[in-house]
Each structure stands twice: as structure tokens, then as C-alpha cells.
Design a protein around this ligand. Structure first.
Ligand code: ADP
Ligand code: TZP
Ligand code: MG
Length: 276
């Protein structure tokens, strides 16, 4: 795959999307795993959105219509949570709201894989996973697994992501050393980020929620919003890493840096390239 520099346009796209998010402060419903709730909520707040961890099926008919986007993450899935996930996705679809699927550790078991395949049938706007998750989901099969962590480079999963995007109609994002985004035709690579982000649990979950918040501000451009969210999160990680001593302080500085990101930094440092 050849890649083409397109940095200036993407810097201004990313800044426009982040500014809209700060102005609109969308309400994001998160039905997510028990590990991720804190960092996901704090990431959304730092970016300018409002998080709500509302997951009872009894609340979805009343609450989901008030939201601007829904995130569904199967990281600690049990059978009693799945109906609420499907109900929230259905309400989002009925009301034309975007929803984003994080197939966390989808390759860990047949139960999780079947659940994710059923959720894909409900047409998520975006699916974001690591390399191993996107490969397992695209092939609809279990291989070797390391749970929530990836055994693959993100670049290993690009063909699987294109295939999944074509079959599902969703935008598919693969996180890793380069984050890739595809709609089945176009592929971009978002290069911001630092390896230490892998040493903080649930940063993948957090960036999935950030994607939902970005898409909520302009769902007609979900591809651009997804790429922008991944870059902005990676850039906050780069700035945070300059102040951090290890994973625990990076977690703090990541959130501070996301909150403080300014126009000049985004325009200068967002790095997204197109692959053809
Ligand atoms: N080697 C790396 N270099 C830079 N950033 C990375 C690297 N690996 C992961 N990231 C970043 O860490 C965040 C979480 O991604 P990842 O670890 O792939 O997700 P998950 O936690 O779901 O496995 C993303 O923002 C991604 O860009
Ligand atoms: C450790 C763990 N176990 C089940 S979900 C989870 C968190 C995974 O978060 P991420 O996929 O963002 O690393
Ligand atoms: Mg994950």
C-alpha cells in the first residue's frame, strides 16, 4: 500500500470536528465493560461530551432517545446485558442516531463472537477494534486469542477491515501503531499515538467512545469523524507522554492533554495519510 501525505486538510478537519464537539457537548450513552467505565467517561468529559453509563434494558426506551450517540462494548459481556445492547442499537437506528460497536476480546469465545455478529446485523455506524478483534470478526471465526490485547499488527487487519466494511456497511477502524479507517473503498492511516497507551487498560474502549462523540457531531461524515477522533486521542497521548513517568501518570496526562488541545497543536501535529 502506498501512502499519501494529506496532513494539512486532515489537521483542519480534526480541529473543526473537535471544536464542534466542544460546542455541541453531545450526550453519549455508554453500554460498556466494567473495566472501562471510568476512563471512558473521563475521556468523553475531557473532550467536551457528556457521558452516561446507562445500561438497564428498563431505561433504554426513555433514555436512549435523549442521546446523540450510543457506544456498545462487549468487554465483560454476560447473557443478561446483551438484550439491552440490542435494544439500544435498535432505538438508535429507529431514531437515526449513530451507534458504535467495540468488539472487545471478540475472539475469546463462541458466545462473544455470536453476540458481536448479532450486533453487526444491527448495522453499527462504526466498528472499532484492535487487529486481532477485526480479523476474528471479519472471518467470523475464533483463532488464537490474548483476550482484550492484540496478537496482530493493525496493518495485518486492513484487508479484513475492508471486507467487514463492505459486508456490514459500517465504517471499520483498526487501532494500533497506525490506526486504520476504511469504508471498504477508502483507507486512511492515522499515525498519532505512543506505544505506552497499550499499557493503560481500556484506552481502546476510550477511543471508541471518542469516535462516537465525534460522529455524533456530524454523522453524514462518519469516516472523517472516525479518523479525526483517533488522531486527536493519539495526539493527546503524545503530549501526555512528554509529561508522564509511566502508564499511571500517562493516564492522567492523556486526559489533561485532551482537555487542553488547542488549534495550533492540532493543525501542526495531526498526521493522517491516505493509502491507495
Ligand atoms: N504501538 C503503538 N504506537 C502508538 N499508539 C498505539 C500503539 N498501539 C496502540 N496505540 C494506541 O493506543 C490506543 C488503544 O489502541 P489498542 O491498544 O490497539 O486498543 P485495544 O486496547 O482495544 O487493544 C489507540 O489510540 C492506539 O492508536
Ligand atoms: C482487561 C479487560 N478485560 C475485559 S474488558 C477489558 C478492558 C479492555 O480494554 P481495551 O480493549 O481498551 O484494552
Ligand atoms: Mg479493545
Amino acid at each position: 500500500m502506498a501512502d499519501q501525505e494529506d496532513t494539512n486538510t486532515w489537521g483542519s478537519t480534526s480541529w473543526t470536528r473537535l471544536s464542534s464537539l466542544r460546542q455541541q457537548s453531545p450526550l453519549i450513552q455508554c453500554i460498556t465493560n466494567l473495566v472501562s467505565m471510568d476512563i471512558m467517561a473521563n475521556t468523553l468529559l475531557a473532550a467536551g461530551a457528556s457521558p452516561a453509563m446507562v445500561h438497564s434494558i428498563l431505561e433504554i426506551p426513555e433514555f436512549t432517545p435523549h442521546t446523540q450517540a450510543v457506544v456498545i462494548n462487549v468487554g465483560t459481556l454476560t447473557p443478561d446485558w446483551l438484550p439491552a445492547m440490542k435494544a439500544a442499537a435498535a432505538v438508535a437506528n429507529q431514531l437515526g442516531k449513530p451507534w458504535v460497536l467495540d468488539p472487545a476480546a471478540v475472539g475469546a469465545s463462541g458466545f462473544r463472537l455470536k453476540a458481536c455478529l448479532e450486533l453487526i446485523e444491527l448495522k453499527p455506524t462504526v466498528v472499532r477494534g484492535n487487529g486481532s478483534e477485526i480479523i476474528a470478526l471479519s472471518m467470523a471465526s475464533l483463532g488464537s486469542t490474548k483476550g482484550a490485547d492484540s496478537l496482530h499488527e493493525s496493518s495485518d487487519a486492513v484487508e479484513a477491515a475492508k471486507s467487514l466494511a463492505k459486508s456490514s456497511g459500517s465504517i471499520v477502524a483498526i487501532s494500533g501503531s497506525v490506526d486504520f479507517v476504511t469504508d471498504g473503498q477508502r483507507v486512511i492511516g492515522a499515525h498519532n499515538g505512543v506505544p505506552m497507551l497499550q499499557k493503560i487498560t481500556a484506552t481502546g474502549c476510550a477511543v471508541t467512545a471518542l469516535i462516537a462523540a465525534f460522529v455524533a457531531t456530524d454523522q453524514t461524515h462518519a469516516f472523517e469523524a472516525t479518523a479525526s477522533a483517533l488522531s486527536v486521542f493519539g495526539l493527546a497521548g503524545e503530549i501526555g507522554m512528554g509529561l508522564a513517568k509511566g502508564p499511571a501518570s500517562l493516564r492522567m496526562h492523556l486526559i489533561d492533554s485532551l482537555h487542553g488541545l488547542d488549534q495550533e497543536t492540532v493543525l501542526q501535529r495531526v498526521k493522517i495519510t491516505s493509502f491507495s
